[in-house]
Every structure is written in C-alpha cells, then in structure tokens.
Design a protein around this ligand. Structure first.
Ligand SMILES: [Zn+2]
Length: 186
C-alpha cells in the first residue's frame, strides 16, 4: 500500500471541521454588508473538497489527470483520507467490537466516519459536473464507490464506531415533519 502521495502535506482536513475561515474573498472587507451573498456553507465546503481532491491528483504517483480518474482512484482517495480520520472503528478482534462506549482505549484504527465520506462524495460528485465533467464519466458516481460506501457504513455500524448516528440536530418544528402525536389529542 503506497497511497499517501505526499505525506508532508496532508489534505486540508477542514472538510471535516467546518470552521468558517473564509479565505479572504476579495473585496469582502469593507463592503461586507447585507447584500453580499456569502456562499452557503455547502458551497464553500464543496469548493474546499474539490481543491483537496485536485491536490491529491497533483501529488499522485504516477500523475493522474481528472479525465483519467476512475472510481478506483476515488476509492484510493477515500482510503488515503482514512489516516486523518477521527472515528474509532473496532476490529472484530477487539473486545469492544460492537460496544458503543468502550470503557478503555484500544489500538483499533481511526477512520473517516461513514457520514463524512458519504457527504464528501456527494459534494465532489456535484463539483465534478460543475467543473465540466460529464455525468456518464463521473468517477464519484461509480458503482464501486457506492458499494464501498455501503460497506463502510455496514462495518462502522456493526463496530459502533461512534458518530455514525449523529446527534439529532434541533430542528424548528415544521409542518409535516413531526409524526403526529398519538391519536386522541384534540
Ligand atoms: Zn477497538
């Protein structure tokens, strides 16, 4: 396994943490008034992810162009990202396998959480087409990638690698979302 193309410069980890350090968008200084349509968090995240992937391609040995990029390369990329992961995924040998809150540390590897990878692929898939890629050749939509994600989800949920089930975000109650209370409430 010789995946890390350039161990000296890990990809910007910030596709994981959403610190809003906008890279000084030009001209935003003085006139950041109400009318400035700040790109949504999703959009800026997507741009960052796309840059990270571009960086990965650039550092790839042998060099890899976007046009030649296949689903297999996307998988390579995802596995490469695992070294920066923060989600403990217990192996089946581990006594804490299946244990949601292990009482002690264990040497199981840290991985990218399934939810992060899934969201990442979604953003990259969109970015690919926004950058001129054709849907038919979109490597992020490759079957192998879908299967891989499914497998990761399966493994992580069995291992209870935490964070698979995110804490429920507080949602403003919106019509239709809430299951109706048990019948009988007038
Ligand atoms: Zn473990």
């Amino acid at each position: 396994m010789d995946l890390a193309p350039n161990p000296d410069s890990p990809p910007s980890e910030d596709f994981m943490n959403t610190s809003p350090q906008a890279p000084s968008s030009s001209g935003a200084g003085a006139s950041s008034s109400s009318s400035a349509p700040s790109p949504s968090r999703y959009e800026s995240q997507k741009r960052r992810d796309w840059n990270t992937f571009g960086q990965y391609l650039k550092n790839h040995r042998p060099p890899l162009s976007l046009e030649r990029c296949s689903g297999a390369h996307v998988l390579e990329f995802l596995r490469y990202l695992d070294q920066f992961g923060k989600t403990k995924v217990h192996t089946q040998m581990c006594p804490f396998y299946g244990h949601p809150n292990p009482p002690a540390p264990c040497p199981c590897p840290l991985r990218q959480a399934w939810g992060s990878l899934d969201a990442l692929i979604g953003r990259l898939r969109a970015a690919y087409e926004e950058n001129g890629g054709r849907p038919e050749t979109n490597p992020f939509g490759a079957r192998a990638v879908r299967l891989y994600l499914r497998e990761v989800r399966d493994i992580q949920s069995k291992a209870r690698g935490i964070s698979y089930e995110k804490k429920k975000r507080k949602k403003p109650p919106s019509d239709g979302e809430q299951p109706p209370p048990a019948a009988g409430l007038a």
